[in-house]
Design a protein around this ligand. Structure first.
Ligand SMILES: Nc1ncnc2c1ncn2[C@@H]1O[C@H](COP(=O)(O)OP(=O)(O)OP(=O)(O)O)[C@@H](O)[C@H]1O
Ligand SMILES: [Mg+2]
Length: 151
């Protein structure tokens, strides 16, 4: 599935749509360069999950967890500054295997070994200054269910 997004507001709106169809237990990997819009998309996902708190980039804290609708939690990770995956592996493992947690990951290649097979991969590629090509791919039952609800 591929969409073109022409503003950060529309990126957040796409996130809201995604957040609204999540049921818990999904793992979303956001792929794209610095400034591609991963955190912007996550802010929308959080709103779609009913989170009213402002979502801040976890660049320095690596992880942030928010209470969401229906007893769900959003765990937002940014591994950009992580040099040793070891210290985060246990926490991340718990997060991705918790059926009540939605896990959103930025810069996840360092923790690839901890991730399950069933991941919704969202690639964000800049086209122009404010345009992004967003490609969404599912890799298992849970992520496919999200894709189907988005279409
Ligand atoms: N179409 C768009 N979608 C998303 N962001 C956009 C778009 N157009 C412009 N922007 C701007 O680009 C920036 C995206 O920043 P954001 O923090 O979301 O990126 P990121 O991918 O999380 O980067 P990082 O890898 O540093 O965490 C914001 O300043 C946002 O306003
Ligand atoms: Mg970010």
């Amino acid at each position: 599935m591929e969409v073109t997004i022409t503003s950060s507001e529309d990126m957040e709106k796409l996130g809201v749509r995604i957040g609204q169809v999540l049921a818990g237990g999904e793992v979303l990997e956001l792929v794209g360069d610095v400034g591609a819009g991963k955190t912007t998309l996550t802010k929308g996902i959080a709103r779609g999950l009913g989170i009213v708190n402002d979502v801040q980039s976890p660049t320095f804290t690596i992880s942030r967890v928010y209470e969401a609708r229906d007893g769900l939690r959003l765990a937002h990770y940014d591994f950009y500054r992580l040099v040793d995956a070891g210290i985060m592996s246990a926490e991340l493992y718990e997060s991705v295997h918790d059926p009540h947690t939605v896990t959103v990951l930025e810069w996840a290649s360092i923790v690839a070994g901890v991730l399950p097979h069933d991941v919704l991969t969202i690639q964000l590629a800049p086209i122009l200054e404010t345009s992004r090509k967003v490609s969404i791919a599912a890799n298992g039952d849970k992520s496919r269910a999200v894709m189907e609800k988005l279409q």
